[in-house]
Design a protein around this ligand. Structure first.
Ligand SMILES: [Cu+2]
Length: 375
C-alpha cells in the first residue's frame, strides 16, 4: 500500500513538473522558433562535447591515481602470472583504443556541427576503409581469444601428475570446511544424505568407505608452498563459489556435483606479508582501524595479512562473511600441522555427552573447530 501511494505521489509530481515546464515555455516570447537549433546552439553543444571529453579523461586519470592501490598484490600461484598478463594486455589494448576513439568521436562531433548553409556529404561506402576497420579488430581479437583459450586450457587442465595434494572444499550457508585426503591421498566417498550431525559426520562421509577413515576435516586451509593442490568442491545447499583472489582462482560449488580447480601456491604467507604492496595495504588498513578504535567502533583490532577463501556467489544473508583463512607454509610446517589434526575415524562421535553438544545447530562448527585445533 505504501509503495502504491509513493508511486502515485511520484507520478503526480512528475505530471506537475511537466505542466509547469509547458507554462514556462508558453510564457516566453521568442523571436525564433525554439524547436530548431541555431548556429550558436550547435557551437555550445560542440564545446560541451569537449568538456565531456576532458571529464572522462580526468576521471580516468583520477581513478588510476586514487584506486590503483586497491588492486590485488602479485599473484601467488603458478598460473597466476600468466592470468594477470592476459588481463593486463587486454585492458591495455582496451584503454589505448578507448582513449583514441573517444578523442576522435568528440572532435568530429564538434568539427562537423550543424551550420547554416552547410550540407552533409553523401558518402555511400569505401571498401578500403571498411577493410581496415574490419581486419584490425579481427587480428587483435583473434590473437586475444587464442591466447585466452590457450591459457584457459592450461589452467583448467586438472590432472593427477606431479603427485598433487587432494583437498575438498565444502561450502554451506555460511561457512567453509576443508577435507584433506589423509595418508592415502584419496578422499572418501561423501554425500549430503549421509550427514549425521549427532555423530559429528558433518560432511556426510561414507563411514563404510575405507578411504574416508584417514580423511582430515578442518576449518583452516593449510597449503604447502610449491606443491600442486587439486581442489574438489562440493556444496550442501545452494550455489556457492570458492574464490581465492590471491591465487587467481575461482570455481563454483554446485549442489549435487563435484567441481574441480588446481593450482600450485608459490609464496608462503610469511613471505607475502613482506611484499611491499601488502605492507602498504596493511599500513593503510590499520591506520583506518586505529581511527575506528579511537571512536570505539567495532572491528577495529589491528589487521594482519592472510590469504583468504571467499564465497563469490550471493548465497544468502551472511554471504559477505563466508570465508576461510588460507595459510601457505613450507612443506615441513605443513606436515607438522597436518600430523596434529585428527582423522575422520578419530573424530566420529561415540560419546553420549558430546553428542548433546553437536545437536545444537550452531554447536556443530564450533565444536568441530575446537576439536580439530586442540587435538
Ligand atoms: Cu556462499
Amino acid at each position: 500500500m505504501t509503495a502504491l501511494l509513493t508511486f502515485t505521489v511520484l507520478v503526480l509530481v512528475a505530471i506537475a513538473i511537466w505542466q509547469m515546464t509547458k507554462i514556462f515555455e508558453l510564457s516566453q516570447t521568442k523571436t525564433e522558433r525554439a524547436e530548431i537549433a541555431n548556429d550558436s546552439d550547435n557551437k555550445n553543444n560542440g564545446y560541451l562535447l569537449f568538456a565531456f571529453l576532458i571529464f572522462i579523461y580526468g576521471i580516468t586519470i583520477f581513478s588510476f591515481a586514487k584506486y590503483s592501490k586497491m588492486l590485488l598484490p602479485e599473484a601467488v600461484s603458478e598460473h597466476g602470472g600468466e592470468y594477470d598478463q592476459l588481463m593486463l594486455v587486454s585492458m591495455g589494448i582496451i584503454f589505448f583504443v578507448q582513449t583514441i576513439t573517444q578523442a576522435l568521436l568528440h572532435y568530429f562531433g564538434y568539427k562537423y556541427r550543424g551550420q547554416k548553409g552547410r550540407k552533409a556529404l553523401f558518402f555511400a561506402d569505401n571498401d578500403r576503409l571498411e577493410f581496415i576497420w574490419t581486419i584490425i579488430p579481427v587480428i587483435v581479437l583473434a590473437g586475444l581469444i587464442l591466447w585466452g583459450l590457450y591459457t584457459w586450457t592450461n589452467i583448467m587442465d586438472i590432472n593427477e601428475d606431479d603427485d598433487p595434494l587432494v583437498v575438498e572444499l565444502y561450502a554451506q550457508q555460511f561457512n567453509w570446511t576443508a577435507r584433506y585426503s589423509g595418508e592415502d591421498n584419496v578422499l572418501g566417498e561423501a554425500n549430503v544424505r549421509l550427514i549425521d550431525i549427532a555423530n559429528a559426520n558433518v560432511l556426510g562421509l561414507d563411514e563404510s568407505d575405507p578411504n574416508a577413515e584417514d580423511d582430515i576435516i578442518v576449518k583452516e586451509l593449510h597449503l604447502p608452498v610449491g606443491r600442486k593442490v587439486n581442489f574438489k568442491m562440493r556444496s550442501q545447499d545452494v550455489l556457492h563459489s570458492a574464490y581465492m583472489p590471491h591465487f587467481r582462482a575461482q570455481m563454483n560449488c554446485v549442489p549435487g556435483m563435484i567441481t574441480q580447480f588446481s593450482f600450485t601456491p608459490t609464496i608462503t604467507t610469511e613471505e607475502m606479508r613482506l611484499n611491499p604492496d601488502v605492507v602498504d595495504k596493511v599500513k593503510r588498513t590499520n591506520a583506518l582501524r586505529a581511527e575506528w578504535a579511537a571512536e570505539g567502533r567495532p572491528n577495529s583490532d589491528p589487521w594482519e595479512f592472510d590469504y583468504v577463501l571467499l564465497c563469490n556467489k550471493i548465497c544468502g544473508k551472511s554471504h559477505y562473511n563466508m570465508q576461510m583463512k588460507i595459510i601457505v607454509e613450507t612443506e615441513e610446517e605443513f606436515n607438522k600441522w597436518l600430523a596434529e589434526q585428527k582423522s575422520f575415524k578419530e573424530t566420529v562421535m561415540v560419546d553420549e555427552e558430546e553428542e548433546q553438544a553437536f545437536n545444537t545447530e550452531d554447536g556443530v562448527d564450533v565444536e568441530l573447530e575446537e576439536r580439530t585445533s586442540e587435538e
